[in-house]
Design a protein around this ligand. Structure first.
Ligand code: NAD
Length: 502
């Protein structure tokens, strides 16, 4: 039997390769690869109260717009104070009659079921999330939806082990919890809020952000399919007035808010003097600190991920780069080269790195603050990439020559804009990183373990990532210092914010 080796082979035809048809720039272009899964959207979404979809008492609806192309996706019910009151009545009834009486192992079964049903419909949810919010499909597919399911799984695991949340103490649920969330991680923020509340035995009234309500109402379909008892979770959609009604309702034993520091302060002022428990997850202006002994290419990827991930719509975005002076020029050159090949465009395209800005209002805020940066004398760099004609887009932007007094170094821009500052010593890096009203997160890039431990202890930030950035796990608590808020989400620390201890 002849083997391949002794088989006689005809000589290969030597053909000269055709003259390259591509010019260099084209090498970076991929053919479009749009995600085609059906997001199964309805043309109209009602409120979810008492386990049913109900029309709003207000009779009013508003449009949810796809920021990638400015097309209307669906009509969303606008809840008024009467709708919010109905949601609280449904939640209180469910709490008194059903949920608080169920043993933890029974509550766990519902949470496991919700997690599995979300996994089953993962692609559909990812597409809906991308169309409603503008984030690239690779993020909603690989991060938002799996991480949301992971939070339900994780908290399902806790529901029958609550005696270990605070060993030696007896934990008890609070009752009905009011929650309001922002638009940057619509489904994930729902999971962060709903899963620990339910695991602990509470019932929920929650309001998603006005520009991103769709995946919340799709999750309500999953609650129905999972057989979650009516009223355990109620979803009311609307604007600031709806949010204020949710936060201020007398039946709310606790309120949990994620959003801007400005709105967080308004809520805190309005609730001062009440006995409501409160947690606030607010804004940030994180420092990503790069020392001269860091692995530079890895650090550059970390910086890119830290600020351009999700168009910079991330509370913990590494929006201030603090770079060690000896390597500042080299890092800046690498960053400029790297952002020049980021693909900005259709969020449904699997090749897209930077999708659409969530709303015209957010785009206007980014443009305003970038103009301030230029006026204050920082040096702007933007790649010359083409942006789609329709939709809300912004080029990735790097400001160098930034000083601590510049507004772009102090204010949350919440867009794909990086401000680069330099430092000479470890103490100067810590001083600059902490010189902010916020304290949500920070990153440290260095070869030295001792330096990482020193910075982790001295940085006033709820999370410090070392030689990585933007990594999340349901077991790891997340939350802020100073004007970034108080309370934690995730881990057993997060559960402590949803119970009372005897
Ligand atoms: P936002 O504060 O404008 O709105 C957040 C939510 O609050 C929305 O649902 C909105 O309708 C509602 N709201 C507005 N006014 C209200 C009022 N007076 N009373 C009650 N509710 C009201 O924030 P945003 O623009 O949607 O989100 C971006 C902000 O969220 C950024 O500052 C970001 O840093 C922050 N954020 C923080 C975290 C965290 O974990 N710390 C996570 C995500 C986002």
């Amino acid at each position: 039997m002849p083997t391949l080796l002794n088989k006689k082979r005809s000589a290969p035809t030597l053909r000269r390769p055709a003259a390259p048809a591509l010019i260099f720039g084209d090498l970076w272009n991929y053919d479009p690869a749009p995600e085609t899964a059906d997001p199964k959207l309805k043309s109209r979404y009602e409120l979810f109260i008492g386990g049913k979809f109900v029309a709003p008492a207000s009779g009013k609806y508003f449009d949810s717009i796809n920021p990638a192309n400015e097309q209307k996706l669906a009509e969303i019910a606008r809840a008024n104070a009467a709708d919010v009151a109905a949601a609280y009545r449904a939640a209180k009834k469910a709490y008194d009659q059903t949920w608080s009486r169920l043993p933890g192992r029974e509550r766990a079964k519902y949470l496991f079921r919700i997690a599995r049903l979300l996994q089953d419909r993962a692609r559909e949810f990812a597409v809906a999330e991308t169309m409603d919010g503008g984030k690239p499909i690779k993020e909603s597919r690989d991060f938002d939806v799996p991480m949301a399911a992971a939070h339900f799984f994780y908290h399902a695991g806790w529901a029958d082990k609550l005696e270990y949340v605070a060993p030696g103490r007896r934990v008890a649920s609070l009752g009905v919890v009011g929650q309001v969330i922002p638009w940057n991680f619509p489904l994930l923020m729902l999971a962060w809020k709903i899963a620990p509340a339910l695991a602990m035995g509470n019932c929920v009234v929650i309001k998603p952000a006005e520009t991103t309500s769709i995946t919340a109402l799709k999750l309500a379909e999953i609650f129905q399919d999972a057989g979650l008892p009516a009223g355990v979770v109620n979803i009311v959609t609307g604007f600031a007035d709806t949010g204020a009604a949710v936060m201020g309702h007398p039946l709310a034993a606790k309120v949990a808010f994620t959003g801007s520091t400005e709105v967080g302060k308004i809520i805190m002022r309005s609730l001062a003097g009440t006995d409501k428990k409160m947690t606030m997850e607010l804004g940030g202006k994180a420092a990503n600190i790069i020392f001269d002994d860091a692995p530079l290419d890895q650090a550059v990827e970390g910086i890119i991920n830290g600020i351009f991930f999700n168009q910079g719509h991330v509370c913990c975005a590494g929006s201030r780069l603090l770079v060690h002076e000896p390597i500042a020029a080299a890092v800046l050159a690498k960053l400029k080269q790297r952002i020049s090949v980021l693909r900005v465009g259709d969020p449904l395209d699997k090749n897209t790195d930077i999708g659409a800005i969530n709303s015209p209002a957010q785009l206007a805020t980014i443009k305003r603050l970038v103009a301030v940066g230029v006026k204050e004398g920082a040096t702007l760099y933007q790649p010359d990439c083409a942006l789609p004609a329709k939709g809300y887009y912004f080029r990735p932007t790097i400001f160098s020559g930034v000083s601590m007094s510049h507004r772009i170094a102090r204010e949350e821009i919440f867009g794909p804009v990086l401000s680069v500052l330099t430092f000479r010593t470890v103490d100067e890096a810590i001083e600059k990183a902490n010189n902010t009203a916020y304290g949500l997160s920070a990153g440290v890039w260095t070869d030295k373990g001792a330096r990482i431990l020193k910075l982790a202890a001295e940085l006033k930030a709820g999370v410090v990532w070392a030689n990585t950035y933007n990594k999340f796990d349901p077991a790891s608590p997340f939350g802020g210092y100073k004007e970034s808020g108080f309370g934690r989400e995730g881990g057993c620390q997060g559960l402590l914010d949803y119970c009372k201890l005897d």
